[in-house]
Design a protein around this ligand. Structure first.
Ligand SMILES: Cc1ncc(COP(=O)(O)O)c(C=O)c1O
Length: 255
């Protein structure tokens, strides 16, 4: 069992903060790093290296280590919704096929799929919450339903935010890959509390923010893009992801 980590935080005695699933408290070390970050902008003459790529690259490398990816597979974004929108922008969505997602999914992993299904003429299949709570069996049944259109995209999570149910992505992904589906994962509630290995799971895209169980700041998130998904378009072009008009290498093109 993990021993008490209380000393790493500034939560005073008598306060029991249990809302990490929404907005975790920063450890002291992260607060200190954030304060150093603010200094680089309030006293920029003292921090000439603050705008160099090294800091972003070290965050990219740490993120890659966490999920079994390489730094080239990681894009730096501001939210999960940006990651999912980037995935949606770069996946084939053939007319008449299905987009599959889970009921009560978080809006960042639901709204874009619902809109695209209606705009592009795909069938939107929302797997209802199973009465027995088995969030692995229910999507499996939906995936393999005889006569149903092929699945273009499955929007999944390893840990459902609305009821904390675990979903066996390993089992779902295998069936989905055999069916030729692309797979987009929102790993927000899992990263930091359970292992996620993209080499094992092989999603097309996987997004998560830092402000929950990764104990980082708000407005920072990461997108894993599988190597074969690293030739698409970002949500917006900028000097970082299109230096001199040329796409940055790997998933950096989505930064
Ligand atoms: C499952 C899940 N996905 C995503 C998010 C955050 O999404 P975004 O970064 O788009 O605000 C949350 C935050 O509560 C969440 O619980």
């Amino acid at each position: 069992m993990l021993p008490s980590q209380h000393a790493l935080f500034e939560i005073p005695p008598g306060v029991c903060y249990l809302d990490g699933t929404a907005y975790s408290a920063l450890p002291l070390s992260v607060r200190a790093a954030g304060e150093r970050g603010v200094l680089t902008k309030s006293q920029p003459w003292k921090y000439p290296d603050a705008r160099a790529d090294a800091l972003a690259e070290s965050a990219r490398a740490a993120t890659a280590r966490l999920i079994g990816a390489t730094p080239d597979d990681i894009a730096i974004l501001g939210s999960v919704s940006q990651g999912i929108a980037t995935a949606a922008r770069n996946l084939p969505l053939p007319f008449g096929q299905r987009i599959l997602r889970m009921q009560h999914e978080f809006p960042s992993q639901a709204l874009v799929w619902d809109r695209l299904a209606s705009e592009r003429g795909l069938a939107l299949e929302i797997v209802p919450r199973p009465p027995d709570g088995d969030w692995t069996a229910a999507p499996l049944t939906a995936i393999s339903r005889p006569g149903a259109p092929p699945i273009a995209v499955a929007a999944l999570t390893p840990l459902h935010w609305s009821d904390a149910a675990l979903v066996s992505l390993e089992r779902l992904m295998q069936v989905l890959r055999e069916a030729g589906a692309t797979i987009v994962v929102d790993a927000t509630q899992a990263l930091g509390v359970m292992p996620i290995d993209v080499a094992l799971l092989q999603p097309d895209f996987l997004a998560f923010p830092t402000y929950k169980w990764l104990l980082g700041p708000y407005s920072l998130g990461f997108l894993y893009a599988a190597p074969h998904r690293q030739s698409g378009l970002p949500l917006d072009e900028n000097n970082g992801n299109r230096s001199s008009g040329i796409p940055a290498p790997g998933a950096r093109r989505y930064d």
